[in-house]
Design a protein. Structure first.
Lengths: 343, 155
């Protein structure tokens, strides 16, 4: 693999005499894509420079826990690089055919500082990270659909978009090898209790602390844009909430009102639309976006078309989702009932 | 057939061997993560080997009785059709694959019953009962079945 990486980089660098990959190491823990770091040495005349890059590609066929589109991710990265409004590691090159690197793969800057997850795992006090994280999500949600490529799916309206997400709960269940009354109950409840709308915005799709890198200056950089889409911004708040409940710490539940105040300040959204109840609603609704691809891969596993320990482990994710979603609906419904009783 | 040690005991023994003997010899970070994931899945398999046939059997009977009452009280045609299909096509087998099919068909009847009760004030008690089944049968047993599950290696 190091030789292939060197040869691929040489295609993009005619300003150097020689490129060597002096170290190459797979990154553990990437749940969706195969990732590796590579240490690159460039020589031009007597000048020698070294740097590290990250390669992000598709896993071998039949071993994906989640199927996503590298062309889509590269398109988003190019658009965000041009906008310059969200801090991301620079995306360098893309092997769009897989002919050079063996799989469609993106080459991007390596961030030396590690992830926010690693940092939070090692501290007891979170300092200003909850507010900074809320502001980071807010900066993503300040990108309007007209700033994004036409090739991205542009929903026709908030109602259509939300209805489609709710319908996804039913469609995924209907197509699955498993009949799931919990999913059908979730879909029915979501349809009966839609929250007030918000303007559609860019959504990251998988906002979680492992996807926030911290550079040596302490600045956040947001990675893994494979699920980026135009949607309701609260989908990201909801996904962050459920993911971080499964793999904490959860900086939202640490102090929800403070987190949401910081978020509203950046986005300008109102309290009627962004509050603990609506985040709860989207915690349930947004789960289907990644849940659908997990379901699909588990179905393929059951049919003998997919395999892998990582995919098998996701049976637990679906069970965890059931527990969390049932509890969330109970809480949200109790709040609605209490509101009804006092009005 | 030699039934003891049970399947669960055998699986847990493999777990211990992996943790005590194999894992200390493994130095690659990706292989360590994979081993930890395998350990979780083996424990989940052990729990399921112990319980899943009994759990499905119990739940099929409970849903059958509940959905029957929903049909009697509401006359909902979709629910009645789903229940009839579940009863008519039931294999009654204790082999895993046909039992999964029986379980799925009865689960579909429960889904229809929930949808028939959602949003109808006069059916709120039936809906509450259905949610009780989801909590007590699906969710609580899934908590047991997911065992020591966690998102290993993220960071």
């Amino acid at each position: 693999m190091p030789e292939r990486v060197a040869a691929f980089l040489e295609l993009h660098r005619d300003d150097v005499d020689e490129i060597d990959v002096v170290a190459y190491e797979p990154i553990a823990g990437g749940y969706s894509r195969s990732m590796a770091t590579a240490r690159i040495r460039y020589r031009s005349g007597e000048v020698v420079l070294e740097e590290s890059v990250v390669l992000r590609g598709d896993p071998p066929p039949g071993h994906a826990m989640i199927e996503t589109d590298r062309d889509h991710e590269w398109m988003v990265l190019e658009a965000l690089t041009e906008l310059g409004a969200i801090p991301i590691p620079a995306a360098r090159h893309y092997d769009s055919t897989g002919d050079h690197l063996g799989t469609k793969a993106i080459v991007m800057d390596h961030v030396a500082g590690g992830s926010l997850q690693s940092l939070l795992d090692d501290v007891d006090e979170y300092g200003d990270h909850p507010s900074r994280l809320a502001q980071l999500w807010g900066s993503v949600h300040s990108i309007t659909p007209d700033q994004l490529p036409d090739a991205m799916a542009h929903p026709t309206s908030w109602d259509d978009h939300i209805d489609q997400l709710i319908e996804m709960w039913r469609i995924v269940e209907t197509r699955s090898v498993n009949s799931d009354p919990v999913a059908r109950y979730i879909a029915s409840w979501l349809a009966a209790n839609k929250p007030p709308p918000l303007p559609l915005r860019l959504t990251h799709g998988d906002p979680q602390a492992p996807n926030v890198m911290i550079d040596p200056d302490g600045d956040y950089l947001l990675v893994d844009w494979e699920f980026a889409a135009i949607g309701d911004p609260r989908e990201d708040l909801g996904w962050y909430n459920i993911y971080s409940s499964a793999a904490g710490p959860n900086l939202y539940t640490h102090d929800p009102e403070r987190f949401l105040a910081a978020y509203r300040e950046v986005t300008g959204f109102g309290e009627a639309e962004v509050n603990q109840w609506t985040v709860g609603y989207f915690t349930i609704l947004a789960g289907i976006k990644i849940g659908s691809t997990i379901n699909e891969q588990l179905d393929r596993f059951a049919l003998g078309e997919n395999s892998g320990v990582m995919t098998a482990l996701q049976v637990g994710s679906l069970c965890y989702g059931h527990e969390q979603n049932l509890a969330a609906i109970a809480g949200l419904q109790a709040a609605l009932d209490a509101r009804g009783a006092t009005s | 057939m030699i039934v003891r040690p049970t399947t669960a005991q055998l699986l847990r023994d493999v777990r211990h061997e992996l943790v005590d003997t194999i894992a200390p010899e493994v130095t690659s970070a990706t292989a360590q993560v994979a081993l930890e994931q395998i350990d979780i899945i083996l424990e989940q398999c052990a729990v399921r080997a112990e319980h899943e046939l009994a759990w499905m059997t119990e739940e099929i009977a409970e849903i059958d009785e509940f959905v029957g009452r929903v049909v009697d009280e509401t006359g909902d045609e979709r629910t009645a059709a789903a229940l009839q299909a579940a009863r008519h096509e039931a294999s009654g087998s204790l082999f895993l694959d046909p039992m999964c099919d029986d379980y799925n068909r009865m689960s579909e009847a429960l889904s229809c019953a929930i949808e028939a009760c959602m949003g109808a004030p006069d059916r709120s008690q039936l809906l509450a009962e259905a949610i009780g089944i989801l909590n007590a049968r699906r969710s609580e047993r899934e908590i047991e079945a997911r065992a020591n599950w966690r998102l290993v290696g993220r960071g």
